[in-house]
Design a protein around this ligand. Structure first.
Ligand code: GDP
Ligand code: CA
Length: 326
């Protein structure tokens, strides 16, 4: 079985770990990772979401934090600070730095990001094929108004430095409109037996991947069932500040509203099936009325077993929608 998943950082990575545990080793998983969070720091190209997936599946992640390397040290950051060179608000540890140095060096030598990602994965062996959504530079920017007036900041500055404390007025994946999907991305969607939307941020993770011309259309037209899992549980994001970016695009923070934002494939949208948490069982009827098959199951990724059960529920729902379509 060929499974293709779109993914952001922590929500995507943790789900994929459960998915790997749920499927058989002969199944092939392709991950199309968000690169809208990418940022240049200290002259280095940093790809936070690709690295979170790679480290999580490759056993290098800091488990408590959910991002960055485990057993990390911070000498470089301290040395940079001694030189008065920031940004201090972005945490790059020594081990993590090595990844960004390798990446930047390979990009400077002319390799596309997809080839660089493959080379980095040679070390980490994440057990999935990890593709950036695009080899072209895309950066998500956020429009805000604060004491400094109306302005636009990089998504990382909004999220990490400002903790999404001010409202986001608009979210723009700069560069996406002229970007091309990375090699293999459209094929991985078209040739899949199942397309999954993990419980990643629907706007700044999955939404950015879908903003690359051709990707949304490929998902909408995939011959395989498309099943998603809600990142919103009980009317709130489990982790992070997804409510802020949902509000920016006028979507309510609820499991049903996110499903309707993706839309039903029957009506030109993306989803055949949607899983909500048991706490949101009351939303099932509303989602089904929108033309999306929906089930309520536990969706808290507390450990790999619980997450594998979520993945199995997604596989089951996919089989049911495929059967119903016959
Ligand atoms: P990021 O790029 O690191 O922000 O990660 P993603 O975009 O992949 O995932 C972030 C989303 O994961 C957040 O909006 C959370 O709501 C969601 N999330 C985190 N942990 C859980 C969980 O245990 N269950 C569910 N259903 N969603 C979760
Ligand atoms: Ca991210």
């Amino acid at each position: 079985m060929r499974i293709t998943a779109l993914a952001g950082g922590i929500g995507g990575a943790r789900f994929l770990r459960g998915l790997k545990a749920a499927v058989s080793p002969s199944d092939e998983i392709t991950v199309i990772g968000n690169t809208g969070d990418d940022i240049h720091l200290y002259g280095l190209k940093v790809c936070p979401d690709l690295d979170t997936v790679m480290y999580t599946l490759g056993g290098g992640i800091n488990e408590e934090q959910g991002w960055g390397r485990r057993e990390e040290t911070w000498s470089i950051k301290e040395e940079m600070k001694a030189y008065g060179v920031g940004p201090e608000w972005f945490g790059l540890g020594d081990r993590d730095f090595a990844t960004h140095i390798v990446r930047t060096q390979m990009l400077a030598a002319g390799y596309p990001l997809s080839a660089v990602t493959e080379a980095l994965c040679d070390r980490w062996k994440p057990g999935v094929r990890l593709l950036p959504m695009s080899d072209d530079r895309i950066e998500t920017h956020v429009r805000i108004s604060d004491a400094d007036g109306p302005r636009v900041v990089h998504f990382q500055e909004y999220w990490v430095r400002l903790h999404a404390a001010v409202d986001a007025e608009a979210i723009v994946p700069v560069g996406a409109d002229t970007a091309k999907p990375a090699p293999g991305v459209l094929e991985a969607i078209a040739d899949a037996d199942l397309v999954l939307l993990p419980p990643s941020n629907p706007i700044v993770s999955i939404g950015t991947v879908l903003a690359v011309p051709g990707i949304r259309e490929a998902v909408a037209r995939a011959s395989a069932p498309v099943v998603g899992l809600s990142p919103i549980v009980g009317g709130a994001p489990v982790r992070g500040m997804a409510d802020k970016v949902l509000a920016a695009v006028g979507v309510e923070t609820s499991a049903a509203a996110v499903a309707k934002h993706y839309g039903s494939r029957g009506n030109g949208g993306l989803l055949d099936g949607w899983l909500v948490d048991s706490a949101d069982a009351g939303a099932v009827a509303e989602v089904e009325a929108a033309g999306i098959a929906c089930r309520a199951v536990p969706l808290m990724m507390t450990d790999v077993d619980a997450t594998a059960a979520m993945a199995r529920a997604a596989l089951e729902l996919a089989a049911q929608v495929a059967e119903a379509a016959k």
